[in-house]
Design a protein around this ligand. Structure first.
Ligand code: SF4
Length: 166
């Protein structure tokens, strides 16, 4: 966050490098609350990358390296250290390859973290749904996955992240 911990970008990379860890930076999203996110403190991955490159030199894209998440990875020049960037707010293609569903503690399937859509799986379970019917339920929810999140449209979270599942 700008003005809060942007001075930790380089120390964090050094910390991860010394321990052979892959570090990922993610843009702040209105996931649990909107109180801490505004135009003054939001820092884009582009800006973070520029700061990092002014210290280490141009980062080298590793387009072939993927993990389960949506991060884009880069090598630090002159090192065997890899860092990732998750542009949740500024990358308009961010959700394109998402395959996630979340199950809340009260039995709702959420096809997207940044959408109000929820589907009650307790109803079919309590009605004695067969495995085949439950499979179809899941497939229907996947079908309803939005093309992208609503975080850029003044999204007001209706659940805290801890009540959604990460
Ligand atoms: S579709 Fe929703 S859950 Fe998937 S990456 Fe986008 S914001 Fe996250």
């Amino acid at each position: 966050m700008r003005g809060r911990n942007e001075d930790q970008l380089i120390p964090l990379i050094e910390f991860a490098g010394a321990r052979d860890l892959i570090l990922r930076f993610i843009e702040l999203m209105p996931v649990s609350t909107t109180d801490v996110l505004d135009e003054d403190n939001f820092m884009s991955i582009l800006e973070a990358k520029r700061t990092i490159e002014s210290f280490y030199g141009s980062l080298m894209p590793e387009t072939g390296f993927r993990t389960n998440g949506p991060a884009a990875y880069y090598q630090i020049p002159g090192r065997k250290q890899r860092i990732g960037f998750i542009g949740a707010m500024t990358n308009l293609h961010f959700c394109e390859s998402c395959n996630k569903l979340r199950l809340t503690c009260d039995g709702k399937l959420r096809p997207c973290l940044g959408s109000y859509l929820e589907f009650d799986i307790m109803k079919p379970l309590r009605a004695g749904a067969t495995d085949e019917e439950l499979k179809q339920f899941f497939l229907d929810v996947v079908e309803r996955k939005p093309a992208q999140h609503d975080f850029r449209d003044n999204y007001q979270p209706n659940r805290k992240m801890i009540a959604i599942g990460g």
